[in-house]
Design a binder for this molecule. Structure first.
Ligand SMILES: C[S@@+](CC[C@H](N)C(=O)[O-])C[C@H]1O[C@@H](n2cnc3c(N)ncnc32)[C@H](O)[C@@H]1O
Length: 276
């Protein structure tokens, strides 16, 4: 539904609210739900920040391909039986289960999905600590593809990248979700602040950690302009050259004005050209 249609819908719901609240048989839960939607509609209808973020949510949701397709494409490029690691899994049905890898390992402490059916029920820090101490798998293990999608705060993502670099094959790929937040509201630090114009959508500050590693001359990197920005790092693959540190304070607006260059934002077809 386009944003304007959505807003109109909220107003319709508002009218129903007025009717329902005067009706004797009105169900209270229904009234509360309609009221919440009506309030949201009022904000969307009057604030340009909300309207802009709403439009960008719709745009981003409709971009193709998905992170899953990109990861499976990278796995195919390895041209061998691969070992895949996913940090931050939530419901495996959304991505992990669809990954075509001979060997797959999953890590998640279970913050967002109660069932948490993963191989290692722990944080990424605990996983790498145990891995490096030879307590799980092997300290010498090297993965072909590592997907970092755990805690979306720059400091943690940075640690995940450092650990991933130590355990990725020379021609392997480190993939990061949520590197291209469409507005500052999506790039907020506080996940729970759902009154932000981005509403429930959240990319956190992953983009800062990704940008930091775009400055690293020993790595190649790019960000696919799909699925909220799929960042890719590699030691040897032709993804795109690093850049010099141009945004020392990691200001959102500086990145926003230069995101094409800073993130090396490219579409999926360009990635395919670069890798063949
Ligand atoms: C965005 S979800 C992952 C989505 C999944 N990768 C996908 O593509 O559908 C983030 C997950 O990271 C997990 N998480 C939170 N903190 C973490 C940490 N420190 N280490 C690893 N995972 C973490 C959460 O429990 C949550 O399940």
């Amino acid at each position: 539904m386009n944003p304007l249609a959505k807003i109109k819908n909220y107003y319709k719901l508002g009218k129903r609210l007025v009717k329902a609240s005067t009706a004797q048989t009105a169900d209270k839960k229904n009234i509360l739900e309609i009221r919440a939607q009506f309030e949201k509609g009022k904000i969307l209808a009057t604030s340009n920040y909300y309207k802009d973020a709403d439009k960008k949510n719709t745009l981003e949701i409709n971009k193709k391909p998905t992170r899953t397709e990109i990861i499976n494409y990278l796995i195919k490029q390895c041209n061998r039986d691969v070992t895949y690691l996913e940090i931050g899994v939530r419901n495996p049905a959304d991505n992990f289960a669809k990954i075509n890898a001979k060997k797959k390992y999953s890590v998640d402490p279970g913050v967002e999905f109660k069932e948490n059916p993963v191989d290692f029920r722990m944080t990424s820090d605990a996983f790498f600590e145990k891995l490096n101490a030879n307590e799980i798998l092997s300290k010498d293990i090297k993965f072909d593809v590592i997907f970092i999608d755990g805690l979306h705060l720059a400091e943690q993502v940075d640690l995940d990248i450092i650990n991933a670099i130590n355990h990725i094959k020379d021609d392997g790929f480190i993939v990061l979700h949520d590197c291209n937040p469409p507005t500052e509201w999506h790039a907020r630090e506080e996940y729970n602040y759902t009154l932000s114009p981005a509403l429930g959508y959240w990319n956190g500050t992953t983009w800062k950690a990704f940008l930091k590693w775009r400055f690293e001359s020993s790595l190649n990197s790019c960000c696919i302009n799909a699925d909220w920005g799929v960042g890719i790092l590699s030691k040897t693959r032709n993804l795109g050259k690093s850049i010099t540190n141009v945004n020392p304070f990691f200001e959102y607006k500086v990145m926003d004005a230069n995101r094409q260059e800073y993130l090396n934002l490219i579409d999926f077809d360009r990635l395919k050209e670069n890798l063949t």
